[in-house]
Write a protein that binds this ligand. Structure first.
Ligand SMILES: *Cc1c(COP(=O)(O)O)cnc(C)c1O
Length: 427
């Protein structure tokens, strides 16, 4: 067995150990296809009897190597990269839910995920019940139905910055024989490893901190390998023969550790093709090498800025889970003891207009539909990512109309504070 390294070492070297004379850096295998000597060799791959590559829509060595690094960071058993975070969340849910099924989700989730669930997947016949991220055990219980197939939430919600009680959500899911799926994009495995708290499937938009440099859109799904898919009888897709894939029974062939990711690859990647390019996976691998250093700096900058804003007369309110007195301070201390993320949200005096004026006057902080980047950026969600929601839905998602989402980069924090003060002087 390979020695388990500490997380910083896993960031730099996880998933890839070159042999004698092999490239030190992860090679980019920029090839759509792979050559075999006989049709029989190829046939074994199609039957999932041998492991190997045949077509990069399903699997590619560069993508698999980088997925293995993220898998090690999260402490999972198997992982796959996807073309985006949206694809990761779609696959994670659709891999185990079909028309007629139901999912319980926290209402405080990324706007794109909310739309995917409430509109697009609803059109596919999957029903969602949205519950408060602060739901009690009783409220969660009440949302569960016999056809519920999973519970979903975000470790730190984007952009609401609510911190989820992971143990509570996971335990209600488990009592009903279904997995808890968690989007860990904002925390990253540096600040929280949800599997250690009972989560079964972890998803990521790697577009954010993992890549960290705003260079490649991507996603990832990690399986804990711990969920017993056979116990409840609720997951026939994993536990009975897949007629679309030569009658393979995923749980029998690949066990608890491999069934979920193998099914998602063999069925969903095959049919939807939401694959990440090897070039993007390479950039993601580079980003991961400094994730532990960057997260520390993002969090230090964010805490200093949150404290500064909290004292500023032109700031109506500040939300940052690590800020003393924040609604989620206790949960953050429990689940995110090393810091939450670099994202701070706040209201500028003067409401929507004040927020817009402030953002326009920033020079270092750029207005972007992006977050969790080395460069500081900011966004007004009510007029961008969440603009499809009405006011009621906005408030349920924890997004006030005057909310500015400020994503602290890794620049010098004094420069960022001066930039903020100069912009606030114009409001
Ligand atoms: C950005 C984001 C997504 C979507 O990811 P893309 O890579 O943009 O598709 C999903 N979840 C969270 C929490 C995000 O921040």
């Amino acid at each position: 067995m390979k020695k388990q390294t500490r997380i910083e070492t896993t960031c730099v070297q996880g998933g890839y150990t070159p042999g004698n004379g092999e490239p030190r850096q992860i090679p980019i295998v920029q090839s759509t296809t792979f050559k075999y000597n006989t049709s029989e060799d190829m046939g074994k791959l199609f039957d999932l009897e041998a492991s190997g590559y045949f077509y990069s829509r399903l699997q590619n060595p560069t993508c698999d190597t980088v997925a293995a690094r993220i898998c090690a960071l999260e402490g999972g058993s198997a992982a796959m990269l996807t073309s985006s975070g949206q694809a990761a969340n779609f696959f994670a849910v659709f891999n185990i839910a079909s028309a007629g099924d139901h999912i319980v989700s926290s209402s405080a989730i990324y706007g794109g995920t909310y739309n995917l669930f409430a509109v697009t997947m609803k059109r596919m016949g999957i029903d969602f019940t949205f519950v408060s991220p602060d739901a009690t055990r009783e409220e969660l219980e009440a949302a569960m139905r016999p056809n519920t197939k999973a519970v979903f939430g975000e470790t730190i919600a984007n952009p609401a910055l609510s911190v989820l009680d992971i143990e509570l959500f996971a335990s209600v899911a488990h009592e009903h024989g279904v997995p808890f799926i968690i989007d860990n994009t904002f925390a990253t495995p540096i600040n929280c490893r949800p599997i250690e708290w009972g989560a079964d499937i972890v998803t990521h938009s790697t577009t954010k901190y993992m890549d960290g440099h705003g260079s490649a859109v991507g996603g990832c799904i990690v399986d804990s390998g711990k969920f017993d898919w056979a116990a409840s009888g609720k997951f026939p897709g994993l536990c009975t023969p897949d007629e679309s894939y030569h009658g393979v029974n995923y749980i029998e062939r690949f066990g608890k550790e491999g069934a979920f990711i193998t099914k998602a690859t063999a069925q969903l990647m095959r049919d939807f093709g939401c694959t990440q390019s090897p070039q993007s996976a390479f950039l993601l691998g580079l980003g991961l090498e400094s994730l532990h250093l960057r997260m520390k700096r993002h969090c230090e900058n964010a805490l200093a800025i949150a404290r500064h804003l909290a004292k500023h007369p032109k700031i109506a309110w500040v939300r940052y889970p690590d800020l003393e007195g924040d609604k989620y301070y206790e949960l953050a201390k429990k689940y995110l003891p090393n810091g939450s993320s670099g994202v701070v949200s706040f209201g500028v005096c003067g409401g929507r207009a004040g927020a817009e004026r402030f953002m326009k006057c920033l020079k270092l902080g750029a207005i972007e539909t992006h977050v969790a980047d080395a460069r500081t950026c900011c966004l007004h969600p009510a007029s961008a990512t969440h603009r499809q929601m009405n006011d009621e839905e906005l408030i349920a998602a924890g997004v006030l109309p005057d909310l500015v989402r400020y994503s602290c980069g890794i620049e010098n924090v004094d420069d960022l504070i001066e930039d903020i003060d100069e912009a606030l002087a114009e409001v």
